[in-house]
Structures are given as C-alpha cells and as structure tokens.
Design a protein around this ligand. Structure first.
Ligand code: ADP
Length: 285
C-alpha cells in the first residue's frame, strides 16, 4: 500500500479575490505498517488534510494517489478506497447507532455487500483486534464506558479490513489508562497487522511513545516530516508555532544545563529513567 499526497493545496474560498489556503503544497507518502502522527496547532490544516487521504475532500490543486492511481480520476472506485483507508473521526462513539455491538461492527461489511457469514467473521475478528471480549457481542453500545465505545467504533472501521487507518484524536476525553489502552492497541495493529496508521494528536507525550514518524503542520504547510526524536530537537522552533517537545525533554535539558551528562534528546519517561539511573550508577562507581 502506498498513499501519496503530491503538492496538495486546498482553499475553502478558492474563488475569492484573495483565497486563503487551509493546506499549501503538501507532499508525503505513507506506506504499509508505518505509524505516523500528525501534529499542529488548531487551525494548522490537520483535519482538512486527513480528509484528502480517503477522498472525502478533493484538493483545490495537487494529487492524491493510492498505489500510484489518482483517486479523483474518472471512474476511480472511491467507495472501495474508503474501505481501504479507514477514517475514525473525533468522538467516533457518536456514530454508534445499532442496538448491539456486533450489529454495529457489522455495519461496514454489510454495506460492502459481503455475505452474512463473512460480515460476522470480520466483525468478530475486529472485536478481537481491539480487545473486546465475545461476551460483549449482544450488549448495547450505549452500556459501555467511554474507552470501550471508542473500541467499538474503531472495530467498525477495522471490520472493513483497511490497509490504512486514520484516527483523528482517538483519545480525546479519555482518562490516562483509557488513552494508553487505545494507543497500545493501535500500535499493535500497525506492528502485527501491517496497517499503516495516521494519528492526529495534540499530545507530544503520546506521539513520542507511539509514533515512528512525525508530520508537523503549521499554517497549512508541512514543516517537519521526520522521526519524533529529530523533530523534537527543534523544540524552540516548535514553540514558535504553538507546539513543544514532551515535558520530559525539557527536564533533560534542565539537567544538562546543571552539568549532568544526560542525553538531552530523551523524549519518554522510560528513556529519561534509563539515563538518570545510568548517571547515578556512573557517579557511584
Ligand atoms: P486543524 O484540524 O489543524 O485544526 P483545519 O483543517 O480544521 O485545522 O483548519 C485549517 C484552516 O481552514 C483554518 O484556518 C480553519 O479556520 C479553516 N477551515 C476549516 N474548516 C473550514 C470550513 N468548513 N470553512 C471555512 N474554513 C474552514
């Protein structure tokens, strides 16, 4: 799977005298199994951008290519593309509506015209992937906790066997344990099932732990496309565009300034812990 944005721009008022661009000349390619996070200040163009990826919105200029084919070309099967590139919106639980969880998750496969047996097989597999036990099949989606509802919504998209999963802030409104659960599950989907993931996030802590690649938007342009570690080296530039490095990176910088020989590119608590223990060990030996 290869999903490419090629010099994509978009304006909500393209015919105005001075059109304002929500997305400006953005290019990147996402491949199988990659875990990418998309970050940027509110209004930087993230939501607009992700809607290009499954053809919900057409760019004003530039191309969106799925396995090399222009998805806005004549006769391109956009419906099939939307199964292969699954989009999970913010607060996806608002889109749950069937009376049982199993029926809700079957909705996508049913819509694809798959036979009943196949719908059920896929729905059950999707439940397993997101860690929902079999005993939940006949429960109403409305009886569940916030985190469980979100799992059902994600399973509904997974039941269509997507090759790429786009999640717009999937952890918004969840408590820390619920957040780690969901992100851990998504990471497993990417590692074990080879599904490419694009995670829209506001949490630098989360993207540092889970993402392999960071796409950073500012005022409609893509300003960084690199590993989280390399991006967070630019923490001063990130601050200028309303972002930051993870808190723990600042702690490491402060320790370094105080004369500790710490690697100040650490970006997770686990990395910082290892560094601090190493420093103590070396001091005591
Ligand atoms: P983000 O998801 O990063 O918050 P958006 O893609 O929602 O950014 O917004 C990018 C820019 O486009 C912002 O300036 C926003 O005000 C504008 N915008 C978003 N949606 C619309 C819309 N439906 N009509 C007009 N302007 C919009």
């Amino acid at each position: 799977m290869e999903l490419t944005l090629k010099n994509v721009s978009f304006s909500y008022n393209p015919d105005a005298k001075e059109p304002k661009y929500a997305v400006k000349d953005v290019s990147f390619t996402i491949r199988d199994g990659e875990f990418c996070a998309l970050i940027g200040h509110t209004g930087s163009g993230k939501s607009t951008l992700v809607q290009f990826l499954n053809g919900l919105m057409e760019p004003t200029s530039g191309e969106v290519l799925f396995n090399g084919e222009n998805i806005f070309g004549k006769k391109y099967p956009l419906k099939t593309l939307r199964q292969k590139v699954g989009l999970v919106f913010q607060y996806p639980e608002h889109q749950l509506f069937e009376e049982t969880i199993l029926k809700d998750i079957c909705f996508g496969p049913k819509n694809m015209g798959l036979p009943k047996e196949e719908q059920l097989t896929r729905a059950r597999h999707a439940m397993e992937l997101v860690g929902l036990p079999e005993s939940y099949e006949e429960k109403s989606p409305f009886e569940l906790s916030g985190g469980e509802k979100r799992r059902v919504a994600i399973a509904g998209v997974l039941a269509m066997s997507p090759e790429c999963l786009i999640l717009d802030e999937p952890t918004a409104g969840l408590d820390p344990a619920g957040r780690d659960d969901i992100l851990g599950t998504v990471r497993e989907l990417s590692d074990q099932e080879g599904i490419a993931v694009v995670l829209v996030s506001h949490s630098m802590e989360d993207v540092a732990v889970y993402a392999e690649r960071l796409l950073v938007m500012n005022s409609g342009t893509l300003v960084y496309d690199d590993t989280p570690r390399n991006v967070f080296r630019h923490y001063k530039e990130l601050e200028e565009i309303g972002l930051s490095a993870p808190q723990i990176t600042y702690v490491a910088h402060a320790l370094k300034e105080k004369g500790f020989d710490i690697d100040d590119s650490v970006m997770t608590i686990a990395e910082a812990k290892a560094e601090i223990l190493r420093i103590f060990r070396e001091r005591n030996s």
